[in-house]
Ligand binder design. Structure first.
Ligand code: HEM
Length: 457
């Protein structure tokens, strides 16, 4: 327990109504509800969480992996154009757009297409996300002050953005309800609608008796929780890789041999072991969020510190993950510290010294989703491109909100990789550039076909 930095007490936080048992394993909290953007009804969320988590069955995961591949392919096309034009790219904002596109489709089947468009809804989402982050670190809940709420131009912008998003979510829920009413498919444990594998569709089809408003708030929670986190993981992974060319070579070797020139499938997730270790290690050095926050519901003592009822503690996962007492070469980016044939590191098998997705009953509901999402994006990108910090780019420095951001972006030069030879195997169809192939179990499920990106041709 002494490894945790207790940074501040009695500080208004992102999270509310949390409880300290004195042991990390028992901590739980209400996510994003303390920002006022989503009603602070933790009890309802706790019940709903039980419905959301089982949505992650095999067929759903296969469909999601296919979705990650398609979204990353759009990013590859963008990078391909930048490589042709010799233009440097700002990867942090591109990753933010990639993960927004993914979470929109995955959660409520909405294509933000933010990698190619800057429509009003994308701007509205960013307004709300920035506000959620600012509120999460604000010492006073200024947004609750009645007059301020009505006269502050910024708060008015936030309200307008929230209204736009809520209206769209209401429409999506209504459309989805009609689809569910019309479909013949019976709901069962492995249910997935192949045209719309979103969590919204799953939840509606499950017949869960929940109001549209509650549903909308849950979707918003997932949008906020699952967007910047994954984007930040990818940003810092690419930053770390830019400093360790030997890791990149090893990673590319694995990706070339496992994937060749096709999209990743659910079966590949077990084979992309080194890529997974790269993400595990990036999450150790740059945990998102870097602090976890709990509020005490009663007087307690934690690691010798007396804590009064109502006080908050901040647990610095950053310090925990970089503690020299717990890690050899703690500051070094070393994916090899996680044995390839060992278990996937998590909070329990690392005795709570590693908490990339929190722990206990309020652990991240999207941990598996996020792990696969980041592995797919990483594999597809390093397969096609080499990335270097751009010449003359500003130094990459950190600033923190709910996640760790760079201060001035991650400007990189992207070059196409020379196409390595593809050795055909029974599982891996040989591809001609531009040819259509049946790509994966996930794609087969969706009845989709994919094409090899023109990146190599
Ligand atoms: C690499 C990306 C991600 C990281 C590092 C991450 C990390 C975390 C962490 C550390 C927590 C626990 C916070 C706490 O204990 O105070 C959390 C909670 C949560 N995460 Fe994630 N997350 C990621 C992606 C996602 C995705 C993609 C989704 C949705 C699909 C998601 C949904 C949630 C939700 C809903 C909670 C709140 C759970 C609850 O309070 O019951 N996360 N996440």
């Amino acid at each position: 327990m002494e490894e945790f930095s207790v940074i501040s007490y009695s500080f208004r936080s992102f999270y509310c109504k949390t409880y300290i048992e004195g042991k990390l394993k028992g901590l739980f909290k209400e996510f994003v509800m303390g920002t006022g953007l989503i009603p602070a009804d933790g009890e309802v969320w706790r019940i709903r969480r039980r419905t959301i988590v089982p949505a992650l069955h095999q067929k759903y995961v296969a469909a999601m992996i296919s979705l990650f591949g398609q979204a990353t392919d759009r990013l590859c096309k963008k990078l391909d154009a930048a490589a042709s034009d010799g233009e440097d790219v700002e990867m942090e904002s591109l990753f933010s757009r990639l993960t927004l596109d993914i979470i929109g489709k995955a959660v409520f089947n909405y294509d933000f297409d933010s990698l190619t468009n800057d429509t009003g809804i994308v701007e509205a989402v960013y307004t709300v996300l920035r506000e959620a982050e600012d509120r999460s670190v604000s010492p006073i809940p200024f947004w609750e002050i009645p007059i301020w709420k009505d006269i502050s131009p910024r708060q008015k912008r936030v309200s307008a953005a929230l209204k736009l998003i809520n209206d769209i979510l209401d429409d999506l829920i209504a459309i989805c309800k009609r689809m569910v009413d019309e479909e013949e498919l019976q709901f069962h444990e492995e249910y997935v609608n192949e045209q719309d594998p979103s969590i919204l569709h799953f939840l509606l089809a499950s017949g869960d008796d929940v109001s549209s408003k509650q549903l909308r708030d849950d979707l918003m929670t997932m949008l906020i929780a699952g967007h910047e986190t994954s984007a930040a993981v990818l940003t810092w992974t690419f930053y770390l890789l830019s400093k360790e060319p030997s890791v990149v070579s090893k990673l590319q070797e694995e990706v070339d041999s496992v994937l060749g020139d096709r999209f990743p499938t659910i079966g590949d997730m077990k084979k992309l072991k080194y890529a997974t270790r790269v993400i595990n290690e990036s999450l150790r050095l740059y945990p998102q969020p870097p602090v976890l926050i709990r509020r005490s519901l009663e007087n307690d003592v934690l690691g010798g510190y007396p804590i009064k009822r109502g006080e908050d503690i901040f647990i610095s996962v950053w310090n925990l993950h970089r503690s020299p007492k717990l890690w050899d070469d703690a500051e070094k980016f070393k994916p090899e510290r996680w044995p390839l044939d060992g278990p996937n590191p998590n909070e329990t098998n690392q005795n709570f010294s590693y908490l990339p997705f929190g722990g206990g009953p309020r652990k991240c509901v999207g941990d598996m989703f996020a792990s696969y999402e980041t592995v797919v994006a990483l594999a597809m990108l390093v397969r096609r491109f080499d990335f270097q910090i751009a010449l003359g780019a500003p130094p990459v420095e950190m600033t923190t909100g709910a996640t760790i951001h760079t201060t001035e972006g991650l400007k990189m030069t992207v070059t196409r990789r020379i196409k390595p030879p593809i050795v055909p195997t029974l599982e891996m169809p040989t591809l001609n550039a531009g040819a259509s192939v049946n790509l994966s179990e996930g794609d087969a499920l969706l009845g989709q076909k994919g094409e090899v990106s023109s990146a190599h041709s």
